[in-house]
Design a protein around this ligand. Structure first.
Ligand code: SAH
Length: 485
């Protein structure tokens, strides 16, 4: 038979507690293996001419036994597993041969051919372990997969495994029937326990599992996660947001949420666009959103309320939480990268800078009753950055107020349209030309306005998308009226 590079290995988890494992080698590779063996409470014996400092300390603390400096087959007596971790290929081979002659499993570091046992790449969460092997075909691929899995499972999975371990005998005696036990586990997994553990409410999580065990909970309890989707680039979504999107039954999203972000959500989740239309009655829309969230969560659904940017920055997230709280609905909040932070980053504009800006203000051009009024005298102070949201309309008023209160007419500004998206445009100029330039470039929503000395850095620090446009570029275009946000 031809030797194949990747034999089909048999996966097995070993109980090494108190069992003897012989490690040949005393360097860093051996130390790594020994650390995992000690986690499994193995009786570790080491053969090496010299031990690296960490191993010396373990030997001094009697956690491992240094049994000699040269390997002899007789040392394999009473051994369950051998790990050859020296940099001497000949010695590693001799160790493996001697072990195999006695039918003892041998792992040989960096030599899958010689080894009869391989150590997998693994992800550990409490008592739960996910082990990955490519059968020696590509350890790099296995490692890559491990990294992906690391991001997919948080500590709450481990905490859940630990909790279920603690309740195991009670679960078995109360639900002896396998099919009923399975149904119980799927209810627990779909239930709130894991989310509660993630938030550090271990007593409540235990209570939820116990209540399920005594079958006192009827229908599943729904919940709402208020999630920030970031400015559009799906790479700017947080890992927590991704997890919550993967668990959602229903996603209520704003128009501002990009299709690329929605594509990452659980495939069979229902998606409902609840965005507010231009010129529509925002309060009526908001009331409908509240009613919808409450209705869905009360019906036991896991609802994700997905908003552009961050839910607590001009996102009406506070009002939504107040409505949920008033109805006793369980909720959590997942922050997102807000437009000011994302647009500044993608336009190369540091929001603060030791030379140019010592503070940052987050503002809106528009308010409930039209153009927002601010403490213009305070905003007119130099050396501060102003980030205006919903800033496509009302720019003439803004320029007039700031200059009237003393901000220099030459203060740089930048408008970032579609920040972080492939369609991003940045328009730069000086405050006195702000409304005219926005009109000349026909700026569309969503756009964010940054006013302040730092905005001048958009040109020299440009790195993403097309270079910033300015007054010179505007001359070539037919001026159009700016659209309202
Ligand atoms: N909660 C959101 C803001 C919602 S208000 C956040 O934290 O970002 C909507 C305003 O946000 C838009 O009018 C615009 O000013 C700004 N905005 C949101 N996404 C943007 C983007 N990708 N590019 C530029 N501005 C954006």
């Amino acid at each position: 038979m031809q030797t194949v590079a990747s034999p089909c290995l048999f996966p097995l988890f070993l109980d090494l507690r108190g069992r003897r494992v012989l490690v040949i080698g005393g360097g860093t590779v051996a130390a790594r293996k020994i650390a995992s063996l000690l986690e499994a409470n193995a009786d570790v014996r080491v053969i090496a001419s010299a031990l690296e400092p960490a191993l010396l300390a373990l030997a001094a603390a009697k956690r491992i036994t240094h049994v000699g400096s040269t390997f002899a087959a007789s040392q394999l007596e009473d051994t369950w597993l051998v790990i050859a971790a020296t940099d001497d290929a000949g010695l590693n081979r001799a160790v493996a041969d001697a072990a195999h002659a006695r039918q003892i499993w041998a792992n040989v570091v960096d030599d899958a051919e010689l080894a009869s046992a391989q150590l997998p790449a693994r992800v550990q969460r409490g008592p739960l372990q996910i082990a990955i092997s490519s059968g020696g075909a590509s350890p790099m691929l296995a490692r890559h997969l491990r990294e992906q899995l690391e991001t997919q499972f948080d500590d709450a999975v481990g905490a859940l495994a630990q909790l279920l371990a603690e309740l195991r005998s009670r679960i078995r005696s109360r639900l002896p029937d396998l099919a009923i036990r399975r149904a119980f586990f799927s209810r627990v997994l779909a239930g709130p326990a894991q989310t509660l553990l993630r938030r550090g409410h271990s007593a409540a999580a235990r209570h939820a599992v116990e209540a399920e065990l005594s079958a006192q909970i009827g229908a599943a309890r729904g919940s709402v996660a208020l999630v920030g989707a970031g400015p559009g680039d799906p790479g700017l979504l947080t890992l927590r947001a991704l997890r919550v999107l993967n668990e959602a039954d229903v996603i209520l999203h704003d128009r501002l949420v990009s299709a690329d972000v929605l594509a990452l959500a659980r495939r069979d989740a229902e998606r409902i666009e609840v965005g507010k239309r231009i010129g529509g009655n925002h309060d009526a829309t908001q009331a409908r959103i509240h009613a919808l969230m409450i209705e869905l969560a009360t019906a036991g659904k896991r609802v994700v309320r997905l908003k552009g940017g961050d839910p607590f920055v001009f996102g009406r997230g506070g009002e939504e939480l107040q409505a949920l709280r008033a109805h006793g609905i369980d909720y959590e909040v997942v922050p997102g990268i807000t437009a000011a932070v994302a647009c500044a980053a993608y336009a190369g504009i540091p929001l603060t800078h030791r030379e140019h800006a010592q503070s940052l203000r987050i503002l809106t051009v528009q308010s409930k009753s039209g153009t927002a009024e601010h403490d213009w005298a305070a905003l007119a102070q130099p050396q501060q950055t102003l980030a205006f949201y919903m800033g496509v309309g009302g720019l003439a008023h803004l320029r007039e107020r700031l200059i009237a209160h003393g901000r220099a007419a030459s203060t740089p500004f930048a408008i970032i349209e579609n920040g972080s998206r492939s369609t991003q445009r940045v328009i730069t100029g000086q405050l006195d030309a702000l409304p005219d330039l926005a009109a000349a470039h026909a700026v569309q929503a969503p756009a964010l306005l940054i006013v302040g000395e730092v905005a001048a850095l958009a040109k020299p620090l440009h790195w993403f998308g097309t270079p910033p446009l300015s007054a010179d570029d505007a001359r070539c275009r037919t001026p159009t009226l700016a659209h309202a946000a």
